[in-house]
Design a protein around this ligand. Structure first.
Ligand SMILES: [Zn+2]
Length: 66
């Protein structure tokens, strides 16, 4: 277990060159057209209500608005 943690730490640079980037939420928005509903989930392929394939809804971050 500890070896895995150490390996991850080796991959991540201690001194990140990136500016102060706020934490990215791991969740995304998924839209079901038949239900006219929007779901928030980390990973979703089909609507839990009707089973239709959901579409990923672009967020403001994806569009570069934020
Ligand atoms: Zn649905």
């Amino acid at each position: 277990m500890m070896s895995v943690l150490r390996r991850v730490r080796d991959i991540l640079p201690a001194n990140s060159e990136q500016p102060n980037v706020p934490e990215q939420p791991s969740t995304r928005l998924y839209r079901c057209d038949p239900c006219s509903r929007t779901y928030v989930s980390e990973s979703m392929e089909s609507c839990p209500e009707c089973g239709e394939t959901v579409e990923t809804t672009p967020t403001g971050q994806d569009l570069g608005y934020l």
